[in-house]
Design a protein around this ligand. Sequence first.
Ligand code: DX5
Ligand code: ZN
Length: 223
Amino acid sequence: MERKMAPSLMCIDLMNIEHDLRILEKAKVDYLHVDIMDNHFVPNITLSFDFINELRKVTSIPLDIHLMINNPENSFHYLTNCSPEDIICIHYEATPHVHRALGMIKDIGAKVGIALNPGTPIGVIEDLLPDLDMVLIMTVDPGFAGQKLIPSTLDKIARLRNMLDESGYQHILIEVDGNVSFENAKLMHEKGANIYVGGSSSIFHKESSIIENCHKFREIIYS
Ligand code: DX5
Ligand code: ZN
């Protein structure tokens, strides 16, 4: 089963970003996870579409773009140079026109992801499965780094893996985001998660260097 590591750039040192990006390249991370917020869908603002377009100019690591914004279908045009390896992920809760929005991502030529808040049941995506490459299970309420894992989301990962496998969608990857610490990554691994967003509790944990954290993280998720 595929396992991938996606450092969350909202936790990188923005004043030293180019230096730290080169370290992430050396560590051969699979994706760069970029959180876009609008201060409406979630009560915060982090990185921006301009940031993504600039990032694309300085690194070729595929981007995992997590849109925590209302009506994302109105903003896709800001993403000017996505590659087929990039993932664009919208929230199920963010638009009444989810199906149309997912189709627009496909038209852009990126991989298609949908995110579910901790309070959203997995059953709501049943009719969307043919359109998806990835499902992101939020393991905290989205908006802020440094929160604590919501324990019920662990079982949700296992139930989703089961639902995907039993309905013939084994190829759809499950991503986990929020307090994916080294310890929690182990538990999420047991439940069948594929893409691990590493933030302040793992890859950017201050106790060790980024490169050491990446090695430790990789050992856990690739085990
Ligand atoms: C929100 C973010 C956060 C964060 C993860 O979508 O992706 O979940 O960066 O980092 P920690 O480890 O602080 O939860
Ligand atoms: Zn995120």
